[in-house]
Design a protein around this ligand. Sequence first.
Ligand code: CA
Length: 220
Amino acid sequence: MRILLVEDDPLLGDGLAAGLRQSGFAVDWLKDGESADVALKTEPFDLLVLDLGLPRLAGMEVLKKLRGRGNAMPVLILTARDATADKVAGLDSGADDYLVKPIDLDELAARARALARRSAGRAVPLIEHGSLSVDPAAHKVMVDGAAVDLSTREFAILEALLDNAGRVLTRAQLETHVYGWTAEPDSNAVEVHIHHLRRKLGGNLIKTLRGVGYMIDKLS
Ligand code: CA
């Protein structure tokens, strides 16, 4: 799952980005509203974590422009302590949730998972797909009730494919889901992870569409 974090405070941003990566998210971090606005127009993210007090373009304006374009991606805003007016204005402008600084990293990760779950149309925290059961919070995968050990990267690829079941994801899309912009993945890294996933989960789950990408079928 890929998160765009927009926070101008270098210490706080660094801590949040590191904490979210630790929790298995791909994180891209920008430090001003204008850059965020540009990135949101061109890049697909699963969640926006948005500070409101930002240079160049205020967080509230970034949010209003996003919703003005009809983009319904989940947005969590970060507000200063006791800024009740900010929370109300943010929620009224289309934010889905907020956290008050100082930010608790475990709470941020849990809320990020909850928002992603809801935007993927799941009410329950487990992703079920045939004999496969995935718990995004615990990073646990079971096949026919037996636990399967996946690496962080393998887990992120599986989660992206399950969240987009029935749709083809290109290798480039999977790379940004797993790495964000920050790390330069090996050119064949995605193929290697897919190979391992097939070995661990069975060869029929992930389909290759030659020259296009990868897909997991949508089950009715
Ligand atoms: Ca700020």
